[in-house]
Design a protein around this ligand. Structure first.
Ligand SMILES: CC(C)(COP(=O)(O)OP(=O)(O)OC[C@H]1O[C@@H](n2cnc3c(N)ncnc32)[C@H](O)[C@@H]1OP(=O)(O)O)[C@@H](O)C(=O)NCCC(=O)NCCS
Length: 182
């Protein structure tokens, strides 16, 4: 785990790092709904439309190392009738397999329960994405079930496993990362 990690909202000057992340990570263009070699304007538009959201329905954090954005953890679909929300995440290839995403998701979940007062956080991953399943489990999200053939990519349908973490669940034994909210 790098020592100079900080979770903070995305900023306009994160654009070059976001472009690098998309271009250097083969699976991210699809994750972010971008072409494999996006133009700066496409990435800038994505940054503004989706990544720079900060309440009340979505809170999106950049995961930074030495103040360079290498990934994101997003809390979306914040729903106040039932105090639930949806969690998603990605990390650029160069930042992976260091426990960063697991710690970032666990940190955001703890902030969500403590600061926003939510009760239940949900996420899901394709069954052929074991890394995402490990992140979910490591961040304290219990597997709840399988949604059959839920997603279709390039003509192939995929089963999806759902996970959730409740405020009442025991917190995972992960590093709590520094986080700066506005
Ligand atoms: C999924 C993803 C976020 C994992 O990020 P990461 O920073 O490598 O995750 P971590 O370092 O916290 O690793 C978590 C666990 O996953 C395991 N893992 C990481 N990459 C793996 C891989 N390719 N295959 C199998 N396991 C993997 C790690 O070994 C670790 O296991 P452990 O908990 O048993 O020690 C990253 O691969 C990614 O951004 N993928 C593309 C986007 C995506 O799939 N997002 C999730 C959509 S549901």
């Amino acid at each position: 785990m790098p020592s100079d990690v900080l979770l903070r909202p995305w900023r306009d000057d994160d654009l070059p790092a976001l472009i690098d992340a998309v271009r250097s990570s083969a699976d991210l263009p699809r994750q972010l709904d971008l072409p494999a070699d996006p133009r700066d304007e496409e990435v800038a538009s994505r940054l503004h439309d989706h990544l720079t959201r900060w309440g009340p329905a979505a809170y999106v954090l950049a995961v930074t190392v030495a103040d360079r954005a290498v990934g994101t953890v997003a809390l979306t679909h914040v729903e106040r009738t039932h105090d639930t929300a949806w969690v998603s995440y990605w990390t650029a290839t160069a930042g992976r397999r260091r426990g960063l995403t697991t710690a970032a998701v666990a940190t955001v979940a703890a902030w969500t329960f403590g600061t926003l007062g939510l009760h239940r956080l949900e996420l899901a991953h394709r069954v052929n994405n074991p890394a995402s399943c490990r992140v979910a489990t490591g961040a304290g999200f219990v597997a709840e079930g399988l949604e059959r053939a839920k997603l279709r990519y390039d003509g192939v349908r995929y089963d999806v496993e759902t996970h959730a973490r409740l405020v009442t669940d025991a917190p995972p034994a992960t590093t709590v990362l520094p986080m700066r909210a506005p």
